[in-house]
Design a binder for this molecule. Structure first.
Ligand SMILES: Nc1ncnc2c1ncn2[C@@H]1O[C@H](COP(=O)(O)OS(=O)(=O)O)[C@@H](OP(=O)(O)O)[C@H]1O
Ligand SMILES: Nc1ncnc2c1ncn2[C@@H]1O[C@H](COP(=O)(O)OP(=O)(O)O)[C@@H](O)[C@H]1O
Length: 168
């Protein structure tokens, strides 16, 4: 609950305003359809992320900026997606926010269930998250507070602009 979907949505809006085509692939949503056969054990998370990477590649091939909002907790799964999208077309955004913030939000009550042992293997509680070692963008707390969704989206946008991704 670091705000992945919120940033993805805000970024998509900003890009639209600048005339770019985008599509958001959200892990939580895809798990109700395309990926509804998958669990949260490591090999199913890997398959989830692999499928999303393949779909993102199709969007990219069509000239559409694909924003994926998934936990993708394992480095090797993210690196496999990176390999699928060569020529710097894969940009990794790390939401480096404290667990306490995510847990305090808990809109779906899942952290509470995980803390009480009713959900097993919940990322951040009893399942690992491997932070990127060389990701392109790190979103962090600023002056002790979480930046607004718009500020987070602008940070990503700035990166895209500075690195020439948004040239017509
Ligand atoms: N065990 C466990 N661990 C982590 N997350 C869980 C789990 N069970 C259910 N959920 C809900 O599933 C959402 C994350 O799905 P993802 O497809 O992004 O996960 S992953 O990339 O395959 O790790 C995640 O939604 P977000 O709120 O979007 O993060 C959770 O609401
Ligand atoms: N930058 C932010 N500042 C304050 N609250 C936020 C921010 N981003 C997200 N939220 C809130 O946190 C909760 C989880 O956000 P969400 O985008 O669904 O996270 P995720 O997709 O990582 O689970 C939501 O209730 C959302 O409104």
């Amino acid at each position: 609950m670091s705000g992945k979907s919120t940033v993805a949505c805000a970024l998509s809006r900003e890009l639209h305003c600048r005339g770019h085509l985008t599509y958001v692939l959200d892990g939580d949503n895809l798990r109700h359809g395309l990926n509804r056969d998958l669990s949260f054990k490591a090999e199913d998370r890997a398959e989830n992320i692999r499928r999303v990477g393949e779909v993102a590649k199709l969007f990219a091939d069509a000239g559409i900026i694909c924003i994926t909002s998934l936990i993708s907790p394992y480095r090797k799964d993210r690196d496999a997606c990176r390999a699928l999208l060569p020529d710097s077309r894969f940009i990794e955004v790390f939401m480096d926010l404290p667990l306490e913030i995510c847990e305090a939000r808990d809109p779906k009550g899942l952290y509470k269930l995980a803390r009480s042992g009713k959900i097993k293997g919940f990322t951040g509680i009893d399942d690992p998250y491997e932070p990127p070692l060389n990701g392109e963008i790190v979103i962090k707390m600023k002056d002790g507070a979480c930046p607004s969704p718009k500020a987070m989206a602008k940070q990503v946008l700035w990166y895209l602009e500075e690195n020439g991704y948004l040239q017509p």
